[in-house]
Every structure is written in structure tokens, then in C-alpha cells.
Ligand binder design. Structure first.
Ligand SMILES: [Mg+2]
Length: 119
């Protein structure tokens, strides 16, 4: 049994993109999946997961922040699909050799210049 992939919920633990990247790399390596993880394949998988995420909201109309009327099962499903999207995004950035965390911080700075507070 591989305990390195088990991760019981620890609500206060900050999870870094680096940790996700490394665990995904280990996961793929251990299964011989690196050969399938080309940038294109990962992008298509990411788009598929965005579709699964969209299905959760499809036909629901506007949804209140905090999802007050959702069941815990609905929220768990949402967590799973959000995670699938995040994990493919992190993996895609990794196989492209990009530092996603740094790139995202840089993009926030660029956005703040593009959309200054006083406009
Ligand atoms: Mg999924």
C-alpha cells in the first residue's frame, strides 16, 4: 500500500502548488503515465474536466455565494471537479517547464497595472 498518496483532511494546512506538482509527478512516474502526459494530452484532459465542472452548474441558474442550499454530496462533487481542474492545470504547467505560482503572481501584478483601482 502506498501511503504517500493518502492525505486525510487537515483544514488548516496550506497546500502549495509545488507540493501538488511534486505529488502529481510522483503519481505519474509510479504508474508509468509520463509517456501520456504530453502538453496537448494534459490540455485536452483539463478541458474535459472544465466540462465536468460546468455540468455541476448547468441549468441551476444563479447560485448564491457559499452554496447555502447545496447538499454536502453536491459540495463534495464540486470539490472533486475543482480539484481535477487544478491538478491538470498544475501538471500541464509542470510538463511545460513553467513555474505556475510565480507566473500567476506576475499576472496579478500585470492585471493591477492594466486595471488600476482609480478607474
Ligand atoms: Mg472529473
Amino acid at each position: 500500500m502506498e501511503n504517500s498518496y493518502e492525505c486525510p483532511r487537515k483544514p488548516n494546512k496550506d497546500v502549495s502548488l509545488q507540493e501538488l506538482r511534486d505529488r502529481l509527478a510522483e503519481f505519474a512516474e509510479a504508474r508509468g503515465w509520463d509517456q501520456y502526459h504530453s502538453p496537448r494530452n494534459l490540455l485536452l484532459a483539463l478541458v474535459g474536466e472544465v466540462g465536468e465542472l460546468s455540468e455541476i452548474f448547468q441549468w441551476k441558474g444563479e447560485v448564491a455565494r457559499g452554496l447555502p442550499n447545496w447538499t454536502s454530496a453536491d459540495k463534495e462533487h464540486l470539490e472533486e471537479e475543482l480539484s481535477d481542474v487544478l491538478l491538470y492545470l498544475v501538471r500541464l504547467a509542470d510538463v511545460c517547464g513553467l513555474d505556475l505560482g510565480q507566473a500567476a503572481l506576475t499576472k496579478i501584478v500585470k492585471n493591477s497595472r492594466k486595471y488600476p483601482v482609480n478607474k
